[in-house]
Design a protein around this ligand. Structure first.
Ligand SMILES: NC(=O)c1ccc[n+]([C@@H]2O[C@H](COP(=O)([O-])OP(=O)(O)OC[C@H]3O[C@@H](n4cnc5c(N)ncnc54)[C@H](O)[C@@H]3O)[C@@H](O)[C@H]2O)c1
Length: 261
C-alpha cells in the first residue's frame, strides 16, 4: 500500500497501458480517477479496480479540449478534494510515411498527443500548486519520440515534444515539490499496437529489441508505480525507458553470427 490516501488521475485509462497503470496504482492503495474519451470504458475500468472501498471514478474527458479538461478537474476536486498523482497517458497511434502525412492528420496527432498532454499537465499542476502539498506527474511519451522510426513523423514529433516539455516542467515545478518524470515505452502489446503495427513493423521490432519481444502493459505499470511512490522522490525530469533495451542497442547478432531473425 505504497500509495495509500493518494488520488491518482489516469487519462486514457479505459484500456491498454492506462488501464494497467490504474490497476497497479489501485493495488497500492490509491483512489483512481479513470478519465477517457470513452466514458463507458472509463466507468467499466474504474469498476474493475481493486480496493473498491476507495470509490474509484470513471469520467469522460477529451484531453484535446480545454473546456472538457476544465470540467474534469472541477469534478475531481469536488468529489475527491484534489489530486496527488497524474498519469498523463491518453494518446492515439499513428504510422504514416512522411510523404503521405495529411495536414489534418498531423494536426489531430499534435492536438491529442502533445497539446492534450500539455493542457492536462498544466491544469493538474495549477491545482497541485494551489493545494500546496506537492505531487507526482508522469508523462507517457514513447521510444518513437527518441528514434527516427518509419512512419513515426507526426507521432514521434508529438512524443519528442512531450519529452522536452517534461524537462521544462521538472525545472519550473520543483519549487512546488511537484515531481515530474517521463516513461518512454518501447513496443507494448496493446490494442494501439495491434492496429498501428503491421507485420513488417512487428518483425523489425522483434529484431531491434535485445530482449526479442514486445513488452506488456503491466511492465509499464510497474515503472509507473515506482515513479508515483516516495521511492522515486529524487528522480526528477528523467525519462525512464521501458523498452527491452531498444534505445541502448547497437550492433546485434546471435552467438553463431546468424543474420537478423
Ligand atoms: N502501445 C505501444 O506500443 C506504445 C508505445 C509507446 C507509447 N505508447 C503510449 O502509451 C499511451 C497509451 O497507449 P496504449 O497502447 O495503451 O493505447 P490504447 O489505444 O490501447 O489506449 C489509449 C486510450 O486513450 C484514450 N484516448 C484517446 N484519445 C483520447 C482523448 N482525446 N482524450 C481522452 N482519452 C483518449 C482511448 O480511448 C484509449 O482508452 C499512449 O500515449 C501511447 O502513445 C504506447
Amino acid at each position: 500500500m505504497r500509495l495509500d490516501k493518494r488520488v491518482a488521475l489516469v487519462t486514457g485509462g479505459a484500456r491498454g497501458i492506462g488501464f494497467a497503470i490504474s490497476k497497479a496504482l489501485a493495488r497500492e492503495g490509491a483512489r483512481i480517477v479513470v478519465a477517457d474519451v470513452n466514458v463507458d470504458g472509463a466507468k467499466a475500468a474504474a469498476a474493475a479496480l481493486e480496493n473498491a472501498d476507495r470509490d474509484h471514478l470513471g469520467l469522460r474527458v477529451d484531453v484535446a479540449d480545454q473546456r472538457s479538461v476544465g470540467e474534469l478537474m472541477d469534478e475531481v476536486v469536488r468529489r475527491c478534494g484534489g489530486m496527488d498523482i497524474l498519469i498523463n497517458n491518453a494518446g492515439i497511434g499513428g504510422n504514416t510515411p512522411f510523404l503521405d502525412i495529411k495536414l489534418e492528420d498531423w494536426q489531430r496527432m499534435i492536438s491529442i498527443n502533445l497539446t492534450g498532454a500539455f493542457i492536462v499537465a498544466q491544469s493538474v499542476s495549477r491545482q497541485m500548486v494551489k493545494q500546496g502539498r506537492g505531487g507526482k506527474i508522469i508523462n507517457i511519451a514513447s521510444l518513437s519520440g527518441q528514434r527516427g522510426g518509419n512512419g513515426r513523423g507526426a507521432y514521434g514529433a508529438a512524443k519528442a515534444g512531450l519529452e522536452l516539455l517534461t524537462k521544462v516542467m521538472a525545472v519550473e515545478l520543483a519549487q512546488h515539490r511537484i515531481n515530474v518524470n517521463n516513461i518512454a515505452p518501447g513496443a507494448i502489446e496493446t490494442e494501439m499496437a495491434k492496429t498501428a503495427h503491421d507485420p513488417a513493423t512487428r518483425r523489425a521490432y522483434e529484431y531491434l529489441i535485445p530482449m526479442g519481444r514486445y513488452g506488456t502493459p503491466e511492465e509499464i505499470a510497474d515503472a509507473a508505480v515506482f515513479l508515483s511512490s516516495d521511492e522515486s522522490r529524487y528522480v526528477h525530469g528523467h525519462t525512464l525507458n521501458v523498452d527491452g533495451g531498444f534505445r541502448e542497442a547497437g550492433l546485434m547478432f546471435g552467438p553463431d553470427k546468424t543474420p537478423p531473425r
